[in-house]
Design a protein around this ligand. Structure first.
Ligand SMILES: Cc1ncc(COP(=O)(O)O)c(C=O)c1O
Length: 400
């Protein structure tokens, strides 16, 4: 064990050589009424949060969480199959299904659990899962635990998926799993082309909408709406911890699918139900999102503006077209330097380094939320460019 612990210590010590370079596990003081956080007495604009719809501190959501605690107490008292189901859990599942236009839904303890549980319940030895190279770790872990054969295809490359499906065994379940929006790149899966390939090879298509709910589609309903509801997904799943500011994961589909998951998804069967406060908050946030689609439009407008400012000045934002705006710095060390310079300029932009991303494409993962005002986004753009000039990522003369 010792060599492993020592290797971790050396790597983290090198990246965080002084306190101003420490970016992970920093206990930011959160002001739930703004997009600002506090650190050591100074306020910063948080530009790396995941609360896309800006509802984390919303009075209505907070009140709903409190009301749920008042009525049901703090814990769920067990797994859903035994003592853990309350009317509130069922209300949330009905709301998730309604919001996403499906007949049924199931809510898990987290998005991670939803992926692991769903893949494991649908596939096992003798089946094949085809995953995009950039799929989230919970999809990868779900595949490993399922015991199915796992095949990776190149990122957002339906032709490569086609080749992989041709080469694979025709027997058993063939499940293709992609993220709707990729969490580190902010690009969107090419759903129509993927659907075509799946249909040609008798494969099921599952999407993880973790970064899509509340973010893409005209009203934030995710990837099907983004493609004008012309393409159907077989299994849709996501989290209640990003656009919806709570905890939990969800799956929507046919009543048969949901019944199967209830009885076979192990993280659902063997892990406690969501606590009432989380359920109450998620339910209220979904209802607000339904009534306030301006949040989605705001995220889309402001992230497009931010991308334009950055790319015009010569920064790379890769193929981002969503609220997730990666700003490439280069090596892991450059990303840490850039994050530190951004902090000096007044914003928190957290670095994403290898092995999460290739070590030539280490970046700040910037995210635009409905909590950011237009002035916040302008400020963030200026700060990102000022820091980029300081780190020599762009010439000192680059336009702001
Ligand atoms: C694409 C994707 N799927 C699933 C998850 C897991 O969601 P949760 O945090 O609810 O476990 C995440 C979280 O980062 C994610 O980015």
């Amino acid at each position: 064990m010792a060599p492993k612990l020592e290797a971790t210590r050396r790597r983290i010590d090198a990246l965080e050589s002084d306190p101003s370079r420490k970016n992970s596990f920093v206990p930011y003081g959160i002001d739930r009424h703004s997009a600002q956080v506090e650190l050591e007495g100074r306020k910063y604009l948080m530009m790396s949060g995941y609360s896309y719809c800006g509802l984390g501190g919303d009075e209505r959501v907070v009140a709903a969480a409190k009301a749920a605690v008042e009525q049901y107490g703090t814990g769920a008292h067990g797994v859903r199959a035994l003592a853990g189901s309350t009317p509130l859990h069922e209300e949330l599942e009905a709301e998730v299904a309604r919001f996403l236009g499906r007949e049924s839904a199931l809510v898990f303890g987290s998005g991670y659990a939803a992926n692991v549980g769903t893949i494991g319940a649908l596939c096992g030895p003798g089946d094949t899962v085809f995953i995009d190279k950039y799929d989230h770790a919970s999809i990868v872990d779900g595949c490993k635990l399922s015991g199915a054969t796992v095949t990776r295809f190149r990122h957002n490359d339906p032709n490569h998926l086609d080749q992989r499906l041709r080469a694979a065994s025709p027997d058993g379940v063939r499940l293709v799993v992609v993220d709707s929006v990729y969490s580190m790149d902010g690009d969107i899966a090419p759903l129509p082309e993927l659907r075509e390939v799946c249909d040609a090879h008798n494969a099921l298509l599952m999407v993880d909408e973790a970064h899509a709910l509340g973010v893409i589609g005209r009203t934030g309903r995710g990837i099907e709406e983004h493609f004008d509801d012309t393409v159907h997904v077989d299994v849709k799943l996501g989290t209640l911890s990003k656009g919806i500011p709570s905890m939990g994961g969800w799956v929507v589909g046919s009543p048969d699918l949901i019944r199967h998951l209830r009885y076979h998804a192990r993280p659902f069967l063997f892990s406690a139900a969501l606590a009432p406060a989380q359920v109450g908050a998620a339910l209220e946030a979904l209802r607000i999102l339904d009534r306030e689609p301006w949040r989605v439009a705001h995220i889309q407008d402001q992230s497009a503006k931010l991308r334009a400012v950055l790319t015009e000045a010569g920064m790379r934002t890769l193929a981002s077209e969503t609220a997730v705006v990666p700003v490439v710095a280069g090596t892991d060390e450059q990303a840490y330097d850039y994050a530190t310079a951004c902090r000096r300029a007044g914003i928190i932009g957290l670095p994403v380094v290898s092995p999460a991303v290739p070590n030539t494409l280490a970046r700040l993962r910037i995210a635009v939320t409905a909590r950011h005002s237009e002035a916040d986004i302008e400020f963030a753009g200026q700060a990102l460019l000022e820091a980029a000039r300081e780190c020599r990522l762009i010439p000192a003369t680059a336009a702001v």
